[in-house]
Design a binder for this molecule. Structure first.
Ligand code: ZN
Length: 241
């Protein structure tokens, strides 16, 4: 299969993730590269992140507020211009019409050239929110481009030119990111509440932070290898929107 490398720098970009930190894992280096090149990057987080702790007695309201703050800091680290929070309940995201309408409104307001989201067709994907967020994105793209979907929003239709699915079942597009893996790491580390559960940073924080950083550099190198690049993020690319 042929693999394309590097889209032209888009003017406007929208990245959609199920939880705070998903976008950074999936495409943080690419987003920071484009932001540095002048793209207006907006993030959209579908759920409130309320399941994101291993502490049984945690104050979940405080956790949600903290995770939104962390997400804003991570977005600033990437150079994004803003974050939209849809605040559906973590773990209970469903591809249903009200959620699709909410996401359609975001697409019509942001008017992205390039949209990035979870690949809903990746096999053996465990987390239901990741599947649902991917399917929601596909449905919202179809709705956003056609005036007869959600006319009550009062927003002009918009058709993005390209969808890049991150963490895909098969990679057919790479973004070369040799200078931006460290920004991806820095943005992820802003999600301090997730250090233990998601990033393996706990009782030996200095060593474990270094290991996490090495792991992300290794992944970027592995993704780049067969295209002769130094570091990359891989996507499934859909142009026919
Ligand atoms: Zn997630």
């Amino acid at each position: 299969m042929s693999v394309t490398v590097d889209l032209p720098v888009p003017e406007r970009v929208l990245a959609i993730g199920a939880h705070p930190d998903d976008i950074e894992f999936g495409c943080g280096a690419t987003l920071s590269k484009w932001a540095d090149a002048g793209a207006l990057v907006t993030l959209c987080v579908c759920t409130d992140g309320a399941k994101g702790t291993w502490e049984p007695g945690a104050d979940l309201g405080a956790l949600v507020a903290r995770r939104e703050e962390e997400q804003r800091e991570a977005a600033a680290e990437l150079g994004a211009v803003g974050v939209e929070f849809l605040r559906f309940v973590d773990g209970e995201l469903l591809d249903v019409l009200p959620a699709r309408g909410a996401l359609c409104a975001v697409i019509r307001r942001v008017r992205p050239d390039v949209l990035l989201a979870h690949d809903p067709w990746r096999p053996h994907r465990l987390h239901p929110d990741h599947r649902q967020a991917g399917h929601l994105t596909i449905g919202a793209i179809v709705a956003a481009r056609d005036p007869h979907f959600f006319p009550e929003l009062g927003l002009a239709p918009h058709r993005p030119s390209t969808l890049l699915c991150f963490e895909p079942a098969r990679v057919d597009h790479l973004e070369s990111v040799p200078d931006h893996v460290d920004r991806k790491v820095a943005a992820l580390l802003r999600h301090r509440s997730q250090w233990r559960s998601t990033m393996g940073i706990d009782d030996r924080p200095d060593d474990q932070r270094s290991a996490f950083t090495r792991q992300l550099h290794d992944e970027a190198r592995a993704a780049a290898l067969h295209a002769g690049l130094r570091a990359a993020e891989g996507f499934a690319r859909v142009d026919d929107l």
